[in-house]
Design a protein around this ligand. Structure first.
Ligand code: CU
Length: 118
């Protein structure tokens, strides 16, 4: 979680991860003031919500296969989002983004989908 990265201000690096179900994912508070939360409507059915404390490094486990959209609560409107694909079958290209996303967040998610679709 960074104030500035290769793709601009307020970013996760990397902005896409593919993991196996049950893997531990560490969100590292490289710069302060960021967190990681599931974007409503952008997670597999039945998935446990991802929610880390502001400004703290935290480990989360994504057990349910599928695509998870992740946002930083304070910087969502600035487009601080990332995507996690859990399982080999999970295809970002099959995702339908929920309505009403902040414009910049929607743009970055579309970029992540375009770069990582199967
Ligand atoms: Cu942030």
């Amino acid at each position: 979680m960074l104030n500035r990265g290769e793709k601009g201000a307020m970013v996760y690096e990397p902005d896409f991860l593919r993991v196996a179900p049950g893997d531990t994912i560490r969100f590292v508070a490289t710069t302060p003031g960021h967190n990681a939360r599931t974007i409503a409507g952008l997670a597999p059915n039945g998935a446990v919500e991802i929610k880390t404390a502001l400004g703290e490094t935290a480990d989360v486990v994504a057990a349910t296969p599928g695509i998870y959209g992740i946002k930083c609560s304070p910087h969502y409107a600035m487009g601080m989002v990332m995507m996690i694909a859990v399982g080999e079958e999970a295809d970002p290209g099959a995702v339908v983004l929920p309505e009403g996303l902040p414009r910049r967040a929607g743009e970055r998610l579309e970029e992540i989908i375009a770069e990582n679709r199967k």
